[in-house]
Write a protein that binds this ligand. Structure first.
Ligand code: FES
Length: 111
C-alpha cells in the first residue's frame, strides 16, 4: 500500500470537499476528500451506479446543504461518514473508502 500527501487541512473548505487525480506507475487514481471540522474522509471518485465520477464541478462533491455527498450525474445521496447511499439509483450501495490521515495539519491517503 502506498501513501500520498494530498494537501493541507486548511486547503479544504469546512464543511467542504476537494478532488484529486494522480498517476502512480501505470495507474491513474481519482479520489476525493470531505472535511467536516477536524474530521476528513476519503473515497474513490467512482459512483456505484455507473462507475463514473461524482463531481460536476471540480471539488464539488456535496449536496447544497453540505450534509451529504451527492453524485452530480443522477443525484444519488451518500452519508459523509461511511459513503452509504441513502437515496437514488444506487440506494444501499457504498462508495469505496480509502484510509486517510490528518497529521500536523497535512492530509494524506493510503491507496
Ligand atoms: S452515476 Fe451516480 S447516481 Fe448515477
Amino acid at each position: 500500500m502506498s501513501r500520498r500527501v494530498l494537501c493541507r487541512l486548511d486547503e479544504i473548505p469546512d464543511p467542504g470537499s476537494k478532488g484529486f487525480e494522480f498517476r502512480e506507475g501505470d495507474m491513474l487514481y481519482a479520489l476525493f476528500v470531505v472535511r467536516v471540522g477536524e474530521r476528513v474522509v476519503a473515497y474513490e471518485n467512482s459512483c456505484p451506479h455507473t462507475d463514473g465520477p461524482l463531481d460536476w464541478m471540480p471539488g464539488q462533491f456535496l449536496a447544497p446543504e453540505k450534509d451529504m455527498i451527492q453524485c452530480a450525474t443522477h443525484g444519488a445521496l451518500f452519508r459523509i461518514e461511511d459513503g452509504h447511499c441513502l437515496a437514488g439509483p444506487c440506494t444501499g450501495e457504498n462508495l469505496t473508502p480509502l484510509p486517510v490521515h490528518v497529521e500536523g495539519g497535512t492530509v494524506a491517503v493510503e491507496f
